[in-house]
Design a protein around this ligand. Structure first.
Ligand code: ADP
Ligand code: MG
Length: 367
């Protein structure tokens, strides 16, 4: 029996939140934790066990039928998308293991999808352009859970390069590496407030933003200047106007953050992160009091910059820190947060940028 292995990382978004579903800009990076799949090639079914899920998955290798709930939906949806792209329905029997916490906005679902895609491609000796696999996994996420999420998670998991963040244009998946200044680490702290994308206001926000887009005459928010906003939103209802203002200003902040990193101007990065968080709190309304508090506590305890990250409604926050101070900042922040919210279990997730899946699977994810 021939064996296949596959690995895909989770991701954290440095800035550019809720810009992806209107084809905007974001600055994610891959993590050094993710999802691994190991299996044997053969048969015509995909049969997987996961240490992190009680029910095993057993689906036809062409993805033609899917379970009605659980993680098998993601596996079946990826198999179906790859089948539609011409992958022969070769089966895999194996196990999924993960070093990535689920459901806190670090994209375990995308890491699972990408790991399954790499394993299925390797099993069938098929290669596809990396960006095609990104799009297939994004369609799979949508098919699996019905959430109209953007392409950011899958793109970051596939296209990131080790040691760098990824400036991503979600319109065409064009991307470039953005080096972080020397000696700077990214601290991720989970608020302990459970985020459930399927049950959250994600779809509501997308709809509310959608109600504002007609004023752009077909342009995407990323191509609108911040100075145009006042005129564009004059006469618009308050909610869609604020949703649009968040997305236009957030795209602008992505470009400004890349420039500030290039100039090693961390003071400007700090202002941009603070503005991003305030915009997510006041205009897009996806923060919760606990993540607002954690962002403040990170700054109070030595972080150079901090903001919420991911879809919001709980989940994680990030801080940029001097690498040699990361542990001290994390410890002080966690203990202050524990005093404020003794019932929540917050935790530090990690601090290093990792390699995207394509860097490790160049045999099946081609340029
Ligand atoms: P996030 O992507 O932010 O971690 P989601 O709610 O989008 O949160 O995805 C989490 C879901 O992904 C889990 O409920 C599960 O179905 C699936 N999943 C993620 N990692 C694993 C794993 N190691 N084993 C099985 N299923 C997983
Ligand atoms: Mg997810």
């Amino acid at each position: 029996m021939r064996r296949v292995t596959a690995w895909a990382p989770g991701r954290v978004n440095l800035i550019g939140e809720h810009t992806d579903h209107t084809d905007g800009l974001a600055l994610p990076m891959a993590l050094d934790v993710g999802v691994r799949l190991e299996g044997e090639v053969g048969g015509d079914r995909v049969q997987l066990r996961s240490a992190d899920a009680p029910v095993p998955v057993d689906i036809p290798a062409d993805g033609s039928s899917a379970p009605s709930d659980g993680w098998g939906r993601y596996v079946a949806a990826v198999a179906a998308e790859l089948h539609a792209l011409g992958r022969p329905p070769v089966g895999v029997v194996g196990t999924v293991s993960s070093t990535l916490p689920q459901g806190i906005g670090l994209s375990s679902s995308a890491a699972l999808e990408v790991a399954v895609a790499v394993a299925l491609l390797r099993a069938a000796d098929r290669a596809l352009p990396a960006v095609e696999v990104v799009r297939a996994c994004r369609r799979a996420e949508h098919a699996a859970v019905g959430v109209p999420s953007g392409v950011l998670d899958q793109a970051a998991s596939v296209l990131s390069r080790s040691g760098a963040a990824l400036l991503l244009d979600c319109a065409d998946l064009s991307h470039e590496d953005v080096a972080l200044p020397d000696g700077i680490a990214v601290l991720i702290i989970d608020s302990g407030v459970t985020r459930q994308l399927e049950g959250s206001g994600y779809a509501t926000r997308t709809r509310e933003l959608g109600a504002s887009l007609h004023v752009l005459d077909g342009r995407r928010p990323a191509d609108v200047a911040v100075a145009e906003l006042a005129a564009l939103t004059a006469g618009m209802d308050d909610v869609p106007a604020r949703r649009l203002r968040h997305v236009v200003t957030e795209n602008d902040r992505v470009r400004a953050t890349v420039a500030a990193f290039a100039a090693a101007d961390l003071g400007t990065v700090a202002t941009l992160f603070a503005d991003s968080h305030a915009s997510l709190r006041d205009d897009f309304e996806v923060t919760v009091p606990q993540t607002d508090r954690l962002v403040d506590l990170l700054k109070d305890n030595g972080a150079l910059a901090s903001r919420m990250t991911g879809g919001g409604f709980g989940g994680a926050v990030i801080g940029l820190v001097h690498a040699d101070e990361a542990d001290a900042v994390a410890e002080a922040t966690l203990s202050a947060y524990g005093r404020a919210y003794p019932d929540l279990r917050a935790r530090t997730v990690l601090t290093r940028p990792g390699a995207g899946a394509a860097e490790q699977a160049a045999d099946v994810l081609t340029p």
